[in-house]
Design a protein around this ligand. Structure first.
Ligand SMILES: [Zn+2]
Length: 54
């Protein structure tokens, strides 16, 4: 799959419906017909949460 946030293909599966993008360091969760994207800052705190329709 491609990262819905930055378009990179450098996305790894970390379990179930959870993915991780190594380029923009976001966590991607597939929930129903939506992607839930969590962006983290350098301290590991959630910076932004985005919802994108699949
Ligand atoms: Zn990305």
């Amino acid at each position: 799959m491609k990262c819905p946030n930055c378009g990179s293909k450098n996305v790894g599966k970390i379990g179930g419906n959870l993915f991780y993008c190594r380029d923009c360091f976001c966590e991607i969760k597939v929930k129903g017909n939506k992607f839930v994207i969590k962006l983290y800052d350098h301290e590991g705190r959630i910076k932004r949460v985005q919802y994108i329709n699949v």
